[in-house]
Write a protein that binds this ligand. Sequence first.
Ligand code: FMN
Length: 174
Amino acid sequence: MENKGLDLLLTRRSVRSYKPDPVPEEALDSILKAAKYAPSAMGLQKRFFTVVKDRVILQKAVAAAKENGASFIPGHMPFYNAPAVIVVSAPEDAKYNREDAACAIMNIMLAAHACGLGSCYICSVLPGLQDKRIVSELGIPQGYLPYGCVCLGYAEGKVPEAKPRREGGIFFAG
Ligand SMILES: Cc1cc2nc3c(=O)[nH]c(=O)nc-3n(C[C@H](O)[C@H](O)[C@H](O)COP(=O)(O)O)c2cc1C
């Protein structure tokens, strides 16, 4: 049975090589709208989205992450030269801030895929994104902190196939 919605979920893959072409504004608008429509605990919608296209800001975030203890393999580019990154922030004192951010990030990745764009969820740079110096550059409201971000752009080359799924892991309890 053909189901485009389900196909979208099954065919999204993390993209780690991007063309330099910018993300079209129309696609970015749709992606941000999808992000805002993600579920949030108690429907509070307390998330904040920062779109970063400036590589210098991303480089500063990586440098701050290293200063704050993150380690990367030499030559690794944590943002994979993506032409855009969306940083997702939520209130530091909210009980479900990480969950709210993760739901928004999932919507961002699926919306990107629906628009023909690649994406990759990035947490490795969080120690840098959460650094006070970077938070202030990202226009994040007082009391909010980044809990994840997503690279966006057109995939360069073939996107790797999904790994086979683990067997089992499902139990019908009732
Ligand atoms: C919470 C979370 C954090 C992640 N952080 C990173 C990251 O920092 N860098 C990266 O390249 N991929 C990151 N990923 C992507 C995963 O490596 C990827 O989803 C996984 O390998 C499965 O591949 P797929 O997305 O193509 O199905 C992250 C994924 C999740 C869910």
